[in-house]
Write a protein that binds this ligand. Sequence first.
Ligand SMILES: [Fe+2]
Length: 186
Amino acid sequence: MAEAYSLQQYIEDLRQIVADTDDENEIFERLAPLAGKLVAEPSWLQSKHYESDSEQGFGVHLLHEESDHSLTILVVNWLPGRGTPPHDHGTWAVVAGIEGVEHNQRYARVDDGSRDDYAELELKKSFDASPGEVICIRTGGIHKVSNETDGLTLSLHTYGRHVNYTNRSQFDLASNERKAFKVSVE
Ligand SMILES: [Fe+2]
């Protein structure tokens, strides 16, 4: 039997892809199938990756980060009924489902962008992502993730830069407030 695709091999492939190109379409084209392969046989997954954070509604576990905070790989789990506010990432993102169905909503910013603390969003698309499915979000893309199931959901997130080291935002749909978005990472 062939050996499972390892986390170390994924990290090496990721480094090679970004060394070859900074075109996000090309990064997605090459990286998405590899992220799908990595979650297909998750021998690297550990029981601690199921530990969540009831305060923020999700648990974030670091698998890899380059020393300059670029190329970051996280396992993120969502508690039932919980999720994120709409947010961007300040970098590109590739998300591959591991367990459970995660509900995604994609938004577009429709104001003129003239104010740092204000943003009007318009819902563009809602969809469910199942285990094995891979979602690619360009720099500046805005989405909201929620777990509408009865169990914990888990996904693998790969970013061009650690999201606590980018200038990224969360958005309040009711007040149109835009503010910084940092997450607690284990
Ligand atoms: Fe996100």
